[in-house]
Design a protein around this ligand. Structure first.
Ligand code: PMP
Length: 357
């Protein structure tokens, strides 16, 4: 029975279930696409800044001006083309509220980031889910017709598949009067960013995060890139909700982290190299491996149920992600960890598969 104090709208909410963050027991954690390497040392040094206590006594800069300037420099855009939020989940929430509450359905792939339908539910947005092709790629021609807008991650999650820039342009041209959100949470691990298109397309919003390639999931920083009128729209929503979303520590640390290009190049290079090696090894273990441009791989064990493998890994202290959802229930999503962590995963898989021979 529902609680009598709950509004009908609250009773109808189906909240997002985040990937497990185990406390206590030491696990090899390959389930939430975190970066296995520590964040930029230069960025961490900002925590010892003697000016920090004074900054914390006051409210933070509501515009996050320095952080926006650092993001603009990193992405090759103007500061007024940047919006920041508490993780890209918050930026996405504001984008859904600002642009997608219309009479037509929002279009998103049938297999994608599962927070999108949650926001649709929260804000009463109808949505349509064109099916990915059998190889999990997007067919942009399926996105024709009246729509409140389009959202897709590129690379997609949990598939890791990438859409080329000319196909993104096709999507933008299909819906010139609607916002197309390209969620680039994983773009630093492969593929071309659509950020280069924002001056050309007034309907393009690119959303990114410092949670993955910058190893700052715990800091909660995400951002959007788009023409000034879209950024203004997001600010209007943000200022109706929380005008100080980014705390002073995150503003300062994030600005330095985003500027540490050498760190980014080195660590994402390591993740990409480990990804190729792991994809090859999984293939040798007779997994079907979806080609990935992200910091995870989606892979299907043959001859054994994915859920059984998931549980057997868990018993061995290794956490991966299993989705009990149509089309991907026979797959596991495995985040790319350090080489040692991946060696432990591969050894455990060999053992599990050998036990069934
Ligand atoms: N977009 C996609 C596609 C994701 O996989 C995630 C991470 N779960 C996010 C956005 C949100 O990331 P964050 O809120 O940490 O920036």
């Amino acid at each position: 029975m529902t609680n009598p104090f709950w509004s009908p709208a609250l009773a109808d909410l189906q909240p997002y279930v985040p990937g497990e963050q185990p406390r206590g027991r030491k696990l090899i954690k390959l389930n939430t696409n975190e970066n296995p390497y520590p964040p930029s040392r230069k960025a961490m040094a900002t925590l010892a800044d003697p000016a920090l206590p004074e900054a914390l006594r006051r409210y933070p800069d509501p515009e996050s001006a320095e952080l926006c300037a650092a993001i603009a420099a990193h992405c090759g855009v103007k500061a007024e083309q940047v919006f920041v939020g508490n993780g890209s989940d918050e930026v996405l929430a504001h984008a859904f509220y600002s642009f997608f509450r219309r009479d037509e359905p929002l279009l998103l792939p049938d297999i994608t980031y599962s927070f999108y339908p949650v926001y649709c539910n929260l804000y009463g947005i109808e949505y349509g889910t064109p099916a990915l092709r059998d190889d999990f790629t997007v067919d942009v021609e399926d996105y024709k017709g009246p729509a409140a807008g389009v959202i897709l991650p590129n690379p997609n999650a949990p598939t890791g598949r990438i859409l080329a820039l000319d196909e993104i342009e096709r999507l933008l041209q299909l819906h010139p009067a609607r916002v197309v959100v390209i969620d680039e949470a994983y773009i630093d691990f492969g593929g071309d960013s659509a950020a280069s298109l924002i001056d050309q397309y007034p309907n393009l919003l690119v959303i990114r995060t410092l949670s993955k390639s910058h190893a700052l999931a715990g800091l909660r920083l995400g951002y959007a890139l788009g023409q000034a009128h879209l950024i203004e729209g997001l600010q209007r929503t943000k200022n109706s909700f929380n005008s100080y979303p980014i705390d002073s520590v995150a503003q300062q640390l994030g600005a330095v982290a985003i500027g540490d290009e050498d760190w980014l190049e080195e660590t994402s290079g390591k993740v990409v190299a480990t990804r190729s090696r792991v994809a090859e090894a999984l293939h040798e273990l007779d997994f079907a491996v979806v080609p990935s441009m992200a910091n995870f791989v989606l892979a299907r064990p043959r001859g054994m149920a994915a859920e059984t493998v998931y549980n057997a890994l868990r018993e061995r202290g290794i956490l991966v992600r299993y989705f009990n959802k149509p089309r991907i229930s026979e797959y596991l999503r495995i985040s790319i960890g350090t080489d040692d962590e991946m060696d432990a995963l591969l050894a455990a898989l060999r053992e599990i598969l050998r036990a069934t021979d």
